[in-house]
Design a protein around this ligand. Structure first.
Ligand code: PLP
Length: 459
C-alpha cells in the first residue's frame, strides 16, 4: 500500500497481511507486498483503499456479470433477509426464492434439464454432480460405473474431488488428488496442435482419445465425462468445431454421462444464458453453474439434472437408501433471492444481446494486439478471452517462466488503471457484461501499452 493510505486502510491492510490466509496465493510475495484493499465499486470499476480506480477486466473472478453495486440487488437481498433470512431445505421444507429460482433455471436450461440442486459455488456443484452420478448408477445396479474422465487444463474447482477432476497439473503440485477415480485426456487446444496437422484431424484425434480412454478403463467402469464449453482457468481454450457434439456422441455410445461445467460460461459471458446448447449445440446430461448465477453478489451454485437422472434418483431407493446429499446452505433463500433478481436484471436489460454486440467488438479489438511481437494468440469468445505471449511467434516457443511475463503485464496494466488476470505467460479477460464500447477501447489500448512496456523490461 502507498503512503497515501488513511490510518484505517493501513490497519485493514496490516490485519489482512497478519491474519487472512488468502485463496490461491503465492505467500512469498504476499508476505512482502500484502494486498490491494478493494474498498469501493461501481458498475465496471473498483476502487482501492488509496482511492485509485481500476477498470475491472476480470469481473471479480469471471463473475460480476451485471456489474458492481446495483441498488436493486441490495434491496432484493435486504427484503429477503427481513422476510426469511434462512431456513433449511432438508426434507420437505422450502422457501419462496429457492422454489422460484429452481423453476427459472429449469426454464432457461436446455432440453430436459429441469431439476436443480443448490450448493455454495462451482466446486460444490461439481462435487455434487459426482455424488449424484454415483448414486444414480448405484440405483441402476451398475455399481462399477464410477470413474470420471476430464481433460488436462480443465478447471473444475478446489474441493478434493473438484480438484481431482481439474486437469491443470500446476494446481496439483504439493497437494494430493484421487488418481483412482479420475483420469485425464489431453487438452483440445488448437493453437498448440502440430503445425502439419489440420484442425479437422486434430479434432478427430481428440474425440478418438476420449473413446480410447473409455475402452481402456472399460465402459462398465466409466460414469461421466466432465468438460467446460470453453476451458477458462486452463487458458481460455476454445475446442475445434464439432468437438463437444462428437464427444457427447461418444459418451452416449457407452452410457457415459456428459457433465458440462458452465460455472464460467452460463449467465451471459458468451452472450447466452447457457452456452452448451446455444453456442455449442449440445444438451448435456448435467450442467453445473455458479458465479454469474448471482453475479457474485452472494455465494450460490447449482447442479442441473436431466429428467432422466432425476427420475432414477427420486425413485424408491435401492437398499432402503435415503438421498443423503445436502448442505446447511443448500437453497439459501437470500442467495436465491439474489439469483432471481440477477436474472431479472439480465433479461430486462438484454445483457446477452449486449454481449453479442459489444463482445464481438471486444474480440475484434483484442485481435489487433496480434501485431505485437510477443503476442502469439488472442482467443476466446465474447467476454471470455485470453492473450497468450510467446518468445517466438513462428515456433510458439514460450518466454522463460522466470520473466513472469503475465504478472509483468498485469502490473503495468494496474499502474494504468486496469485489472487483468495473469496466468503464467498469459493474461485473461472476463469483464462485467455491462462493459461499454469506450471501456473496450480503454482496456485494449491500456493492454497494448502494458505489453509494449513489458517488452522493454524483457530486453
Ligand atoms: N468450474 C469452473 C469452470 C471454474 O472456472 C471454477 C472457478 O473458477 C469452478 C468450477 C469452481 O468454482 P468455485 O470457485 O465457485 O468453487
Amino acid at each position: 500500500m502507498s503512503e497515501n493510505k488513511s490510518a484505517e486502510m493501513y490497519q485493514v491492510w496490516q490485519q489482512d497481511k497478519d491474519h487472512y490466509i488468502h485463496p490461491w496465493t503465492d505467500f512469498s510475495t504476499f508476505k512482502e507486498t500484502g494486498s490491494i484493499v478493494v474498498e469501493d465499486s461501481d458498475n465496471v470499476h473498483i476502487t482501492d483503499g488509496d482511492g485509485n480506480q481500476y477498470l475491472d477486466g476480470i469481473g471479480g473472478l469471471w463473475c460480476v456479470n451485471i456489474g458492481y453495486a446495483r441498488e436493486e440487488m441490495a434491496q432484493a437481498i435486504a427484503e429477503q433477509i427481513m422476510k426469511v433470512p434462512y431456513y433449511s431445505c432438508f426434507g420437505h421444507h422450502t422457501t419462496v426464492p429457492a422454489a422460484k429460482l429452481a423453476a427459472k433455471i429449469a426454464e432457461l436450461a436446455p432440453g430436459n434439464l429441469n431439476h436443480v440442486f443448490y450448493g455454495c459455488g462451482g466446486s460444490v456443484a461439481n462435487d455434487t454432480a459426482v455424488r449424484i452420478i454415483h448414486f444414480y448408477f448405484n440405483q441402476l445396479g451398475k455399481k462399477s460405473k464410477k470413474k470420471i474422465i476430464s481433460r488436462i487444463d480443465g478447471y473444475h474447482g478446489s474441493t478434493y474431488m473438484a480438484m481431482s477432476i481439474t486437469g491443470v497439473k500446476f494446481d496439483h503440485i504439493g497437494f494430493d488428488i484421487d488418481e483412482q477415480l479420475v483420469h485425464h485426456i489431453s487438452c483440445p487446444n488448437p493453437y498448440r496442435r502440430p503445425e502439419s496437422q489440420s484442425i479437422e484431424d486434430f479434432c478427430d484425434e481428440k474425440v478418438q482419445e476420449l473413446e480410447n480412454k473409455i475402452l481402456e478403463l472399460g465402459p462398465d467402469n466409466v460414469a461421466a465425462f466432465f468438460a467446460e464449453p470453453i476451458m477458462g482457468a486452463g487458458g481460455v481454450i476454445v475446442p475445434p468445431k464439432g468437438y463437444h457434439k462428437r464427444t457427447l456422441d461418444v459418451c452416449r455410445k457407452y452410457g457415459v454421462l456428459y457433465v458440462s461445467d458452465e460455472v464460467v460460461t452460463a449467465f451471459g459471458r458468451l452472450g447466452h444464458m447457457f452456452a452448451s446448447k446455444d453456442e455449442f449445440d449440445i444438451v448435456p446430461d448435467i450442467i453445473t453453474c455458479a458465479k454469474g448465477l448471482t453475479s457474485g453478489y452472494l455465494p450460490l451454485g447449482a447442479t442441473i439434472l436431466s429428467d432422466d437422472i432425476y427420475e432414477v434418483i427420486s425413485k424408491p431407493q435401492a437398499e432402503g437408501a435415503l438421498f443423503t446429499h445436502g448442505f446447511t446452505y443448500s437453497g439459501h433463500p437470500v442467495s436465491c433471492a439474489a439469483g432471481l433478481k440477477n436474472i431479472e436484471i439480465m433479461e430486462r436489460e438484454n445483457l446477452c444481446g449486449h454481449v453479442q454486440e459489444i463482445g464481438s467488438y471486444f474480440e475484434e479489438q483484442l485481435k489487433t494486439l496480434m501485431d505485437l511481437p510477443i503476442v502469439g494468440d488472442v482467443r476466446g469468445k465474447k467476454f471470455m478471452v485470453c492473450v497468450e505471449n510467446v518468445a517466438n511467434k513462428e515456433s510458439k516457443e514460450l518466454i522463460d517462466p522466470e520473466a513472469q511475463v503475465g504478472n509483468r503485464i498485469a502490473d503495468h496494466c494496474q499502474k494504468r488503471g486496469l485489472i487483468v488476470r495473469p496466468l503464467a505467460h498469459m493474461n485473461i479477460l472476463s469483464p462485467p457484461l455491462t462493459l461499454s464500447k469506450d471501456n473496450v477501447d480503454f482496456l485494449v489500448s491500456t493492454l497494448r501499452e502494458s505489453i509494449v512496456e513489458t517488452m522493454k523490461d524483457l530486453k
